[in-house]
Every structure is written in structure tokens, then in C-alpha cells.
Design a protein around this ligand. Sequence first.
Ligand SMILES: NC(=O)CC[C@H](N)C(=O)O
Length: 392
Amino acid sequence: MLLSLQQGNLPAAILALADGTIFIGNAVGASGSTTGEVVFNTSLTGYQEILTDPSYCQQIVTLTYPHIGNYGTNDEDSESSKAYAAGLVIKNLPLLASNFRQNQSLSDYLVQHHIVAIANVDTRKLTRHLREHGAQNGCIVALAAGEAVTETVIKEAVQKAQAAPNMSGLDLAKVVTTDKSYEWTQTTWTLGEGYGSQTAPRFHVVAYDFGVKHNILRILAEKGCRVTVVPAQTPFEQVKALQPDGVFFSNGPGDPEPCTYAVQAARESIDSGIPTFGICLGHQIMALALGAKTFKMKFGHHGANHPVKDHDSGRVSITSQNHGFAVDAQSLPATVRVTHSSLFDGTVQGLAHTEKPALCFQGHPEASPGPHDIAYLFDQFVALMRRQTAAS
Ligand SMILES: NC(=O)CC[C@H](N)C(=O)O
């Protein structure tokens, strides 16, 4: 039997969508209210990685898996230094969390990290609504103990949802980026050892931080790279002066189109002939730099089970995904070829330049959370750097 926190034991909460749809549940996180674009993520596990992924800045995440919180939270599974998701919507919060690595319950974690969250929501109904009508803004209001859900509370929540900024046109990369450059040396996690440390790097990678997930940096370090992380608006000539063997364009929140400084840097990086690699927002920015267009998807891809085909090998990988924008396949110039496509909807997943050492991927080869099938893209980036350094 699953013991879960039931309505009646907890303060009430509501989720209002901008179109006026209302869900009533219970507050299981921070108090107060929050707004953001409501999206759904189909991952079965990985809620801590999802909450701390900066790409979820200004998004309220609905988790479709019905039991969230079963294994608590810990000090290691974070993808950045804080929780970025604007809010959390779940079905069932188990009463007991159990895992040998846990040191805090999800509910306590949400309170500590100021995330407003609602449980006991019919997330299946909500997901179907978002699939049918598209992702839209919403507002979660967590009421105080004993406070009732009134018409006024509902009306105000709908108004707040409607007043929230539209994700299209928002440059959030410059909001979440680091203030200062820093060096990254931590490598990937192993059971019994925890995270390791890079001591003998073979390549120097400069990584543009648009909201970078730590596991990307850990994998680059694991693959033998000394990583210098730089702020989003760093001009490319400053990056070049650091004499990198490779340049990386990170994932991040918001719309890629208004990030003109990043598009310019990507154009210069690709033109320079220095191996260039991009993930998610970085992929979209590289595509824009090459002359392609991006568009807002209806409800995006957010999950850990998305099949993607590699057109070079014919191999299908199950991948982790988190994006609401995508590259328009029709807009690609002749110098770019599609290396990967989504088997869910045929959208562009991977690109490579036909002449320059540049490649990028829409999903998340770093997983966290999700499968590691497509981690070979990091090896392809390293191979480009190896080839380049051998030639020079
Ligand atoms: N994870 C990401 O980098 C997301 C990229 C972009 N913000 C999008 O939603 O498409």
C-alpha cells in the first residue's frame, strides 16, 4: 500500500492556467504563489535534477509519473547551485521517502529552495490539456493552513497566469549565466566514490554558460578537458584569446532568438575553425548562427525516453529531452546537414557543419536525468579536438 499525503492533512493549493482551467490540490512546497509556463515532463525519476536544471527557469514543471518524492533528495544530484524551476505540479507525494543516499524529503527540499508546489492534481488530465491546447502560462497559489479556495483566489490566480510574460522572445540566458568566469574540474559520479576530479587534462574547452547543467561540465572534465566557463555575453575574441582547443555552447532557458550576442559568438567560433559543440539552447544558437530559423513548439519535448535516430549510423538512441523551441528543418542552409531526428515527431535533433568542425544536439547527451545512449556525442567533440590538435 502506498501511503501518501492526502487532501485534508495539508493546506489547499490551486493551479490556474491562463485559459481559465483550474486544478485544486494541496500545497507541498514553499508558501505564496508563482507563475511560469506550464510544461509536462515524462521522466520517471530525476526530479531533483529537473528542479535544478537552469533551463526550467520561469517554467512550472508537471511531472506525469504519479509518484514523486519516493527517494527523497540528496546533496549530490543537483545540476546547478540552486533550484530554478518556477513551480512543481505532481500527483502523489509519498509519505515516506526511502533511499540510502537521501538526506531530505522532497517537501522539505521544496520549502528550503522556495519552490511553490502542488500535489494531488490530476496530472493526466492536465497533461492531456497541455498536449491539446499547447504549453501555456499558469499560476500556483499555495494557501495558508485553514484558508479556503474562494472565487476571489481563483480569479486572482487566473489573472496572474495571464499577466505572466510569454516565453517567446525572452532572453533568459543572460539572466541565469555566471557573473564571472571559472574553471571546472569535477568529473562524473560513481557509486562508492562520489564525484572525482580532473587532474591531467589533454584539451582546453571554453564553455559559454547560458544556464549550463553541471553534468555537461563533469563529462567534459571526465573526457580529459580542462574547462573554463565564461559568462553568456563574453565576446568571442576574449574566448579565442584563451586559446581553446574547443568551444562549447550550453543549454539554457528561454528563446534562443533574442540571444543575438550568443549567435554572434557562435558564428565567429564556427568560422574560426576551432571545434565547436552545442547542446539544446547551444544547438539552437549554433543553428541561428548558421542562418537557420527556430520556432516555438506546441508543448515541446520534456522527458527521458525520446527516441532519436542517428542518420550516419542508423542507430536509435533513447534520449533525455527538455526543449520548447526547435530548429526549423526547412530553413537549414546547404552548409549544414541533419545528423539526428526525433522519431516522435521528425523534428531536427542534431546538426553538423559540412566543412567546419562543428556539431550540435537538441536533446541532452549528459542525461541527468535519463539514459546515456547518446553520450557518444561528447566523444565526437573530443575527436574533433584531437584531429585539430594533431593537424596543427
Ligand atoms: N534545455 C535547453 O537548453 C532548452 C532550450 C530552450 N530554452 C528551449 O526551451 O527550447
